[in-house]
Design a protein around this ligand. Structure first.
Ligand SMILES: [Fe+2]
Length: 235
C-alpha cells in the first residue's frame, strides 16, 4: 500500500490555497492519506467544516489523529464527530485495518525522552501531567494490541523519539513528545511510525529497536527541495 503522510496542516482557506494543487495530486501517488494531527489552527468547528470540504474532494481513504491545536477550543468531540461523519477514520487509542495493513493511532503527549523523561514525583500537578503522558502510551498499547495484520503503521501527533525533533531548540524538546510512546512501539513492533508537531524537526529517525520514524510536519516537507506537502511511503 502506498501511503501519503502529512501533519500540521493548521488549515485555513488562505493557507490551503497555496497547497491546493499539490494536494489534488495525492490520489495519483497514494492509496491512503495519513494526517498526523494539528489539522486545524484553533480547533474550531468552522475550520474543520471548511477543511472537510477539501478533504472529501481528494476521494481517498483518510486515517487521522488529532493534535494539540485541535484541542485548543475544547471542541475536540465535535471535531471527531464531524470527521467521522465525513468518512475519516479518526484514531484515538484505536486501531483500523484496511487491505491487510493495520493502523494504530493516538495523539500522544509531551513529557520528554529517555533519562530526561519527567516522572510522577512531587506535586499533584506534576503527577497529573505525567499521568496524561502515561495514559496516551496506554492508549497506544491498547490500539497496537488490537492489530492482527502483518503490516503495522503507527500514527501519532507528538514525537516518540528525540531524533525526529532535532532542529528544534533543545530547551523545548520535552514538550515535543514522549519516549513512553516508543517503548510501546518497540514492544509490539511496527513497520513505520508517523508523527508531526515539531515544525523544525528532522524527517527521519529510528526507535531503539530500529523501527523507522518519520516526522511528516508539512513545514519540514515544504522547506526541502523541491518543496512538498506530503511524503509517500510504501508499506
Ligand atoms: Fe502540534
Amino acid at each position: 500500500m502506498r501511503i501519503a503522510a502529512l501533519a500540521n496542516l493548521h488549515y485555513s482557506p488562505q493557507s490551503y490555497d497555496r497547497i491546493r494543487e499539490q494536494m489534488s495530486r495525492i490520489r495519483d501517488d497514494a492509496e491512503l492519506l495519513v494526517l498526523a494531527g494539528d489539522l486545524t489552527n484553533f480547533g474550531r468547528p468552522q475550520e474543520m467544516e471548511s477543511l472537510l470540504t477539501m478533504l472529501v474532494r481528494l476521494r481517498l481513504p483518510i486515517v487521522a489523529v488529532l493534535g494539540n491545536h485541535d484541542y485548543e477550543s475544547g471542541c475536540q468531540a465535535e471535531l471527531v464527530r464531524m470527521m467521522t461523519d465525513a468518512g475519516i477514520k479518526l484514531l484515538d487509542g484505536t486501531a483500523y485495518e484496511r487491505d491487510g495493513v493495520g493502523f494504530a493511532g493516538t495523539k500522544g503527549f509531551p513529557g520528554g525522552f529517555g533519562r530526561g523523561a519527567l516522572t510522577a514525583f512531587g506535586e499533584p500537578e506534576v503527577k497529573a501531567f505525567v499521568q496524561a503522558a502515561i495514559d496516551e502510551a496506554l492508549k497506544l498499547e491498547r490500539a497496537m494490541s488490537q492489530l492482527r495484520t502483518g503490516k503495522r503503521v503507527v500514527v501519532l501527533h507528538y514525537a516518540p523519539i528525540g531524533d525526529t525533533i532535532r532542529g528544534e531548540a533543545p530547551e523545548i524538546y520535552p514538550y515535543l513528545g514522549s519516549s513512553r510512546l516508543a517503548e510501546v512501539i518497540d514492544r509490539h513492533g511496527a513497520d513505520v511510525v508517523f508523527h508531526g508537531h515539531a515544525h523544525h524537526g528532522s524527517p527521519d529517525g529510528k526507535t531503539t529497536a530500529g523501527i523507522p520514524v518519520h516526522n511528516v510536519a508539512m513545514q519540514i516537507l515544504q522547506s526541502q527541495e523541491p518543496p512538498a506537502v506530503f511524503r509517500v511511503f510504501e508499506v
